[in-house]
Design a protein around this ligand. Structure first.
Ligand SMILES: Nc1ncnc2c1ncn2[C@@H]1O[C@H](COP(=O)(O)OP(=O)(O)OP(=O)(O)O)[C@@H](O)[C@H]1O
Length: 258
């Protein structure tokens, strides 16, 4: 008998579960860049107390089933990108656990993972290779990656010389043609022009139809409603609401009316 015969379980059964986040906490130092005073250097109290520390995320727990599309909402600076970085495994928690039982394709910072001094061609090979695609598969997909991005004229240009829009186009094109079961998209779509955004939306729909799992951070409610069935609402690093995307957006809008 499958779990669905027993009614909706509170937590995803282990077999279905692709991501498990348990009591997650991440602490940052607000003033890392500021100089310590001479007096601070000799003050044990200042070091122990670490007054600049704050929790960017705390007590965050949720499970994700394979194939879910989750929108992450919240005001600026409330922990959304930090959460995606933890799922991507590029940041480690100070408390709790994040277990991800599948490969993750992250598009979480415009230039994230791309090497500025390498050409577009080399970056495509590097990123696709790091995500486990064979040389043969990369060769087969290379032209379509470049074509989707509209990057034919900049194939041999160093990535750092691309416009910010073109960087996003190349990054999205590569990331969305990997075989990883989980896709993380943080805001970056806002940078592309209208026609590229339309292509991205079609690609995301295709990815969801293939049964992949999506995390989308966005301030665009239309995008969130279009792709996501579930929402996570973060405020001050806490998970205020985990539920149906409509309920999550209603609550967010009620808490923060324009
Ligand atoms: N490496 C870091 N060191 C110190 N503070 C950080 C670091 N990364 C993020 N922060 C801080 O942690 C908090 C959460 O940041 P995060 O980027 O997760 O917010 P966000 O919800 O994604 O915001 P936005 O909507 O503006 O993208 C912010 O106060 C941010 O300044």
């Amino acid at each position: 008998m499958t779990a669905s015969h027993l009614g909706a379980p509170a937590a995803a059964p282990a077999a279905d579960r692709i991501i498990a986040v348990d009591d997650l906490g991440v602490r940052f130092r607000r003033n890392r860049g500021s100089r310590r005073s001479f007096k601070d250097l000799f003050s044990g109290r200042a070091r122990r107390g670490r007054p600049g520390d704050f929790w960017a995320l705390r007590n965050v727990s949720f499970d994700v089933r394979a194939g879910e599309a989750i929108g992450v909402v919240g005001r600026n600076g409330q922990g959304k990108s930090t959460l995606l970085k933890l799922v991507a495994g590029v940041l480690f928690p100070d408390e709790g656990r994040v277990d991800v039982s599948a490969g993750v394709a992250p598009l979480i910072e415009i230039t994230g993972g791309f090497v500025g001094d390498l050409t577009v061609r080399d970056n495509v090979w590097l990123t696709a290779g790091l995500h486990g695609l064979s040389k043969r598969t990369i060769s087969e997909r290379f032209d379509s990656i470049i074509e989707f991005a509209g990057a034919e004229d900049v194939i041999d240009t160093p990535f750092k010389h691309l416009s910010s829009g073109m960087k996003v186009r190349v990054a999205f094109s590569v990331i969305s043609q990997l075989d990883e079961p989980v896709l993380l998209v943080d805001e970056v779509l806002a940078v592309g022009d209208k026609s590229f955004r339309a292509k991205c939306y079609a690609r995301i729909e295709q990815i969801l139809a293939e049964g992949k799992t999506l995390f989308l951070v966005s301030h665009n409610e239309r995008d969130l409603r279009r792709f996501c069935s579930r929402g996570l609402y973060l405020d001050r690093g806490r998970l205020v609401l985990d539920g149906d995307i409509e309920a999550v957006l209603d609550r967010y809008n009620a808490d923060h009316p324009v």
